[in-house]
Design a protein around this ligand. Sequence first.
Ligand code: GRF
Length: 200
Amino acid sequence: MSRVAVFVSGNGSNLQAILDAAASPSYPAQVVLVVSNKAGVFALERAQKAGIPVQVIPHGDFPDRSSFEDTLIAAVEKAGADLIALAGFMRVLSPRFVERYPNRILNIHPALLPSFPGTHAIEQAWRYGAKVTGVTVHFVDKGTDTGPVVLQEAIAVSPKETLESLEKKVHSVEHRLYPEAIRLFAEGKIRVQGRKVEIL
Ligand code: GRF
């Protein structure tokens, strides 16, 4: 059984999808900790409702990034997590943090990387007039949204699509893909060689 720490900063709909999947007895991973860098966000309520331990670690309370991250590391270690899943976590992790957990940090991005990295990816793809966008689950490396791709799924964008309808489509794919990627990780079915990720 994999032990997953989920890092959040906001709504937590991806966290919810993971919690819902993990509620099934046949799911090979359990969420052992939810960490938020912001107090009062809805993701924390979702975690508490599911009976998952939460820890609020406000980045602004620390003099620098390394002391903030030391506290994140201590929380992850204490929970005995073997996987960190970033789910709308709005802080960039330093190389020191990332190197501590090689191919053990997943992130979900609401576009087909390397297109539209960074924030507001759904809106960027929509404004650009892309005919295809999608969802990427990737391992986190030292760059921003640059790590090896684990799963990707494309979504067609019609010229009449509204931003709202596209957001709905992207989120519904996210909520299926992220629990699937975590399941594959927990079952030991992800093999990484450099940038190439093989699903066994
Ligand atoms: C998702 O679209 C995810 O891809 C991006 O941030 C958003 C988080 O949404 N990284 P939620 O907090 O999971 O609802």
